[in-house]
Design a binder for this molecule. Structure first.
Ligand code: SAM
Ligand code: SF4
Length: 326
C-alpha cells in the first residue's frame, strides 16, 4: 500500500538486545522467551552502518529499545556512533529505568536526547509482581537520574491494566510538581504475551473518563496540549497548573496505522515494517558485507511492503514485544 499523501517514514526503533532483566507479565511468559544466540546479534558498528543507509531513505529519528537496552554492554558507545551520523536529528531510549542511575550521565554525554521509562504501578508489591521480581524504588531512582542528567522530556510509559484505576490519582500527582509526562498505553496482545498473560487492557476512553472524574473532584478541566517532544501517536492533556502532562496511546482503539511513521530493526537484523505483522526482511548479511546498495534496496523493499491499513489490529505474531522492541 502506498503511504497516505505526505506521510513520511522517518522514525526507526532499534532493538539493541532481546535480553531483559525483567519478565513483565504483559510482555513475556513467566519462563521468558528463548534468547537469540550472541553470534546472530548485530554489532554496534553493524547497527551504525544500517542507520547510515536508513538516513539516506528518510530516517532521522531513532529510539533504542529492547529487551532492556541497558543490559547490553556499552550502550553509550552505540549512542555516540549514532549521534555522529549526519542527518540524525533525535535519539531517545525506552528502558525499565533500573540501570539509569549507572548510565544516565554517560548516555547524555554520548548524545542521547531523552528517555521513556516504563512504570506501570506505584505500588511496590504490585510492581514486583508485574515485573516478576523488579524494584519500584530502583525504577524511580532511574527517573531521578534521568531528570538530573536532563534526558528530557522524561516520559513514563504505563500499560493500562485494570488495577490502574485506583492508582490514577497517584500518577496525576506525579505530573503536578515535576516535569514528568505519563503516557497510558493500551495493552496489545502481540506475540507470545497473549495466551500466557493474565492481562486485560483498559481502553483509552475508560481511563480518560476516570481522569475527567478526578478533574470534577477539584483538579480542574483536563485540557488537550501540544505533545512534549515526541514522534509517536500519543495525545496529551494537562490539569491546570501541572508541570507535566498525561498522554494516551490508543494502540488498539485508535486505528492510527494510517499515520504510522516507523520501521523497526530487531537485534538480529530483521527489518520490520509493522508491529502487528510477521513481515520481516533479513538485512544482516548485507550489513555485515557492508553492501550499502543492497541495504538500501532492502529498506526500499520493506517500505514498499509497509501497510498503512487503518483497520489493522494487533494479533498473534511470532516475535513478542521484548523481541521486537515495543
Ligand atoms: N525494557 C524496556 C521497557 O520496558 O521500557 C524497553 C522494551 S519494552 C518491550 C518497550 C515498551 O513496550 C515498554 O513501554 C513496555 O511497557 C511496552 N510493552 C511491552 N509489552 C506490551 C504489550 N503487550 N502491550 C503494550 N505495550 C507493551
Ligand atoms: Fe523487559 Fe521491558 Fe518487556 Fe518488561 S516490558 S519484560 S522490562 S522488555
Amino acid at each position: 500500500m502506498n503511504p497516505p499523501e505526505g506521510q513520511m517514514v522517518d522514525y526507526l526503533r532499534l532493538s539493541v538486545t532481546d535480553r531483559c532483566n525483567y519478565r513483565c507479565v504483559y510482555c513475556m511468559p513467566p519462563e521468558g522467551v528463548p534468547f537469540i544466540p550472541h553470534e546472530q546479534i548485530l554489532s554496534y558498528e553493524d547497527m551504525a552502518f544500517f542507520v547510515r543507509a536508513a538516513v539516506e531513505m528518510g530516517i532521522s529519528k531513532l529510539r533504542l529499545t529492547g529487551g532492556e537496552p541497558l543490559v547490553r554492554k556499552g550502550v553509550p558507545d552505540l549512542v555516540a556512533l549514532l549521534r555522529a551520523i549526519p542527518g540524525i536529528k533525535g535519539i531517545s531510549l525506552t528502558t525499565n529505568g533500573v540501570l539509569l542511575p549507572r548510565f544516565a550521565d554517560a548516555l547524555k554525554a554520548a548524545g542521547l536526547d531523552r528517555v521513556n521509562i516504563s512504570i506501570d504501578t506505584l505500588d511496590p508489591e504490585c510492581y514486583r509482581s508485574l515485573t516478576r521480581g523488579g524494584s519500584l524504588e530502583a525504577a524511580f531512582a532511574g527517573v531521578e537520574a534521568a531528570l538530573r542528567a536532563s534526558l528530557e522530556p522524561v516520559k513514563l510509559n504505563v500499560v493500562m491494566m485494570p488495577a490502574l484505576l485506583p492508582e490514577l490519582p497517584g500518577f496525576v500527582t506525579l505530573t503536578r510538581d515535576r516535569p514528568l509526562h505519563v503516557r497510558f498505553i493500551e495493552w496489545m496482545p502481540v506475540g507470545g504475551c497473549g495466551p500466557h498473560s493474565p492481562v486485560d487492557t483498559l481502553t483509552k476512553t475508560e481511563v480518560m473518563a476516570a481522569l475527567e472524574e478526578l478533574g470534577a473532584l477539584g483538579l480542574g478541566e483536563l485540557r488537550p496540549v501540544e505533545s512534549p517532544e515526541g514522534w509517536g501517536p500519543a495525545h496529551y492533556y494537562r490539569f491546570p497548573g501541572h508541570l507535566g502532562t498525561l498522554g494516551f496511546i490508543g494502540s488498539v482503539s485508535d486505528h492510527f496505522c494510517g499515520e504510522c511513521n516507523r520501521l523497526r530493526l530487531t537485534a538480529d537484523g530483521r527489518l520490520k515494517n509493522c508491529l502487528f505483522s510477521d513481515h520481516e526482511i533479513d538485512i544482516r548479511d548485507a550489513v555485515q558485507a557492508r553492501d550499502r546498495v543492497e541495504v538500501l534496496a532492502l529498506i526500499q523493499e520493506s517500505l514498499e511492503a509497509k501497510t498503512f491499513d487503518k483497520n489493522l489490529l494487533p494479533g498473534r505474531t511470532t516475535r513478542g514485544m521484548s523481541q521486537v522492541g515495543g
